[in-house]
Design a protein around this ligand. Structure first.
Ligand code: ATP
Length: 268
């Protein structure tokens, strides 16, 4: 993947708020009929081309939030604004990258991407170019005719990324995409995703429960708690490119973890 230069979104001259969530609320009903609140009054905005992470403990509603943005789950109440208009999730130009790549094992890598292109109604005439270019972007140009089960976990996740990129979404929704990979592979993929982000200028909303991953990747990190609220909005101002083991990044991680534990203890 080629390296690219990138404007800085935060603190730089260009800062366009494109996506806004207002008072998003979600409840589920338990088997006994009791309703419980998963997300309560979630409000934040995301700048065009920004990399934001949603961080929080297991069960705090991170995936639920992303699933609502993807239209997989209905939003109970609240509004989503995109480029100045109130929209429904179906109107968001987004693509989802799941924790498990969710590729179709009985189709080749190329066919998996074609499947996504057809599902999105992309004209047939564009398929060839899109398949070729997105496989090149993720370094899988030689695997087009291979089947996913013959690929490593990291490569399968790259197929998932290529499939998402192939429909050219403005917004990428990523739900713990590297959590099932070994740390070396995850590190490589984090760097590759950052390069792709820099080259393509996508807006990324990334869910993780790993604070070091959030700090390494993000412009801002929104911390959700078990009451379904945002309790910390952290701007990560470290220069890019970043090194995962940079002592300054580690210091930021430690500070955020302390804030996190203090808060979780306080609300227990
Ligand atoms: N469809 C559903 N029906 C009922 N309850 C649900 C449903 N989906 C999620 N939940 C519950 O909502 C809560 C939030 O789940 P969610 O998967 O969003 O959490 P999460 O923060 O992504 O957790 P993790 O990091 O473990 O993936 C959990 O208590 C979960 O059991």
């Amino acid at each position: 993947m080629a390296s690219g230069t990138r404007r800085r979104h935060l603190g730089g001259a260009i800062r366009i708020m494109s996506l806004k969530f207002e008072n998003i609320r979600k409840t589920f009903t338990e088997e006994n009929g009791n309703e419980f609140v998963v997300l309560d009054d979630i409000s934040f905005d995301v700048n065009d081309g920004e990399f934001v992470s949603i961080m929080g403990p297991s069960g705090c509603g991170k995936s639920t939030f992303l699933n609502m943005l993807a239209g997989i789950l209905p939003v109970d109440s609240g509004e989503i604004w995109y480029q100045g208009s109130a929209v429904s999730p179906a109107d968001l130009p987004s693509a989802y990258i799941f924790q498990e790549s969710r590729v179709l094992n009985w189709r080749t890598v190329g066919e998996n991407i074609k499947f996504a292109l057809k599902a999105q109604g992309i004209p047939e005439a564009e398929h060839e170019e899109r398949i070729t270019s997105t496989l090149e972007m993720v370094g899988l140009e030689n695997e087009r005719d291979n089947y996913p089960l013959r690929l490593s976990g990291g490569m399968r996740q790259r197929v998932g990324i290529a499939r998402a990129l192939s429909v050219d979404p403005s917004i990428l929704l990523m739900d713990e995409p590297f959590s099932s990979l070994d740390e070396l592979t995850a590190r490589q993929l984090r760097e590759d995703v950052l390069e792709l982000w820099q080259e393509t200028d996508k807006t990324i909303i990334f869910v993780t429960h790993d604070v070091s991953e959030a700090v390494f990747l993000s412009d801002r990190v929104f911390f959700f708690d078990t009451r379904g609220q945002i309790f910390n909005r952290a701007e990560i101002t470290h220069e890019r490119p970043r090194e995962p083991d940079d002592p300054e990044l580690l210091e930021t991680e430690a500070e955020l973890m302390e804030t996190f534990f203090d808060h979780m203890t306080a609300i227990q």
